[in-house]
Design a protein around this ligand. Structure first.
Ligand SMILES: [Zn+2]
Length: 157
């Protein structure tokens, strides 16, 4: 088998940004359904066509990673509108007025206002991945229907 749309793929990976390791699978492979946008698009595209055992170094531009840094995503918001007690440098998740999940970092607190950054922490960063395909299998009916992989099922090459 090779990695293609509608295969469930397990990969070992290491993510490096500016020579710092930001994230790695560390023996617990990432399991995902290929071709459904469940992982960042630049990495998904690079994995297409690989076989079990294949390794690859992939450089992903911000546009195909966590997006460009958006100055307008830095906003001043009254402290009173947050449920949590905010700390400068803290990273929080919550919901916006439309009920959508948002995450943000608190940059500054001045009086009644907080300066908040809604950019992804890796927005604007070039992502350098090392990946190794460790398993490919067919999806279950439920996985296909849901559009994502389930659990860490038995992996077959
Ligand atoms: Zn599901």
């Amino acid at each position: 088998m090779k990695v293609e749309k509608d295969t469930v793929v397990s990969v070992e990976y290491r993510l490096t940004v500016s020579e710092n390791i930001v994230d790695e699978s560390d023996g617990e492979p990432l399991l995902y359904l290929h071709g459904h946008g469940n992982i960042i698009v630049g990495l998904e595209n690079a994995l297409t066509g690989l076989h079990v055992g294949d390794e690859k170094n992939v450089v992903v531009n911000p546009e195909d990673g966590y997006g460009l840094f958006d100055e307008e995503a830095i906003q001043t918001i009254p402290v009173a509108s947050f449920e949590d007690e905010l700390e400068v440098g803290g990273h929080y998740t919550g919901e916006n007025e439309d009920g959508e999940a948002v995450s943000f970092t608190v940059l500054e607190i001045e009086g009644d206002d907080a300066l908040v950054d809604f950019n992804h922490p890796l927005a604007g960063d070039t992502l350098e991945f090392w990946v190794k395909v460790v398993g490919i299998r067919n999806p279950t009916d439920a996985e296909l229907k849901h559009g994502h992989a389930h659990a860490k099922a038995v992996i077959q090459a």
